[in-house]
Ligand binder design. Structure first.
Ligand SMILES: Nc1ncnc2c1ncn2[C@@H]1O[C@H](COP(=O)(O)OP(=O)(O)OP(=O)(O)O)[C@@H](O)[C@H]1O
Ligand SMILES: O=C(O)c1ccc[n+]([C@@H]2O[C@H](COP(=O)([O-])O)[C@@H](O)[C@H]2O)c1
Length: 216
């Protein structure tokens, strides 16, 4: 696969092999895919991971630290190695695998990442996980309809974005494919497109606020 646009971190220095390779998954396992900038990671991310593990019935959760979100400026993006280290410090559940294998794939586009995951793991089941703020702008992601038809999607509520499931283009386009959150535990069984919006404990934390507080 030809590399496409990546973050500046590619030149940041060596990243340990365990982060560069796609995590191992056994046949039949249910894996949550939680991608993000994590610049820096915070307890809001840990809460999303905890909710996803519990409500989606996951065997693993891949905490995928992107080389650089294609839609965000990378000017104040901390080095990938630093973000990985901080994610490891926050991720307490042994089912969580912190990873940066997009570096090896040479992409930060989710559609390509999901295609690679699917091709390499035909016998495992995957669910894409994202916060509700990303639902609002999801239709600006490269091949967003393809993403929505590759794996089921779990959207986790976030303060300020609770109503995005009513108004976003993704939610309107795939309204017919939304399942009740009471059935989140069987989302992985559904053929995409299938998605749910999960309410629950919320965190007001954001990386932006943390960077601002640190004067970055
Ligand atoms: N407090 C939160 N509640 C729910 N979801 C969250 C929260 N913070 C981040 N997320 C979700 O976690 C994933 C990674 O988020 P990201 O690393 O961009 O953090 P962020 O706090 O949104 O960062 P920034 O403020 O720099 O945009 C995204 O899917 C995002 O929607
Ligand atoms: O593929 C895209 O076009 C695309 C656009 C925006 C965000 N993403 C991915 O969405 C995930 C969440 O990004 P972020 O910056 O909101 O944490 C992360 O894995 C990004 O690479 C992907």
């Amino acid at each position: 696969m030809a590399p496409d646009r990546c973050g500046p971190d590619v030149a940041d220095g060596p990243i340990a092999y365990r982060y560069r390779r796609m995590p191992h998954v056994e046949s039949g396992m249910i894996v949550g895919l939680f991608g993000g900038s994590f610049n820096p990671p915070h307890q809001g991310h840990a809460l999303v991971a905890e909710i996803a593990l519990r409500r989606l019935g996951l065997d693993q959760l891949w905490w995928i630290v992107t080389p650089g979100n294609p839609l965000k400026s990378h000017s104040n993006l901390a080095p990938l190695a630093e973000r990985l280290e901080k994610c490891e410090a926050i991720a307490s559940d042994p089912r969580i695998k912190v990873t940066a294998f997009e570096l090896t794939l040479g992409t930060s586009y989710t559609a390509r990442t999901l295609d690679s995951i699917k091709a390499r793991n035909p016998d495992a089941r995957f669910v894409w996980i994202m916060g509700a703020d990303n639902l609002a702008g999801f239709h600006r992601w490269q091949r967003w309809r393809h993403i929505a038809t590759t794996f089921p999607i779990a959207v986790i509520d976030r303060p300020g974005s609770t109503l995005s499931y009513l108004s976003s283009k993704m939610a309107r386009t795939f309204d017919y494919a939304r399942i009740d959150e009471d059935d989140a535990g069987v989302l992985w069984m559904k053929k995409a497109p299938a998605w749910t919006f999960i309410h629950g404990p919320r965190s007001t934390l954001s990386s932006t606020a943390l960077r601002e507080a640190a004067g970055k």
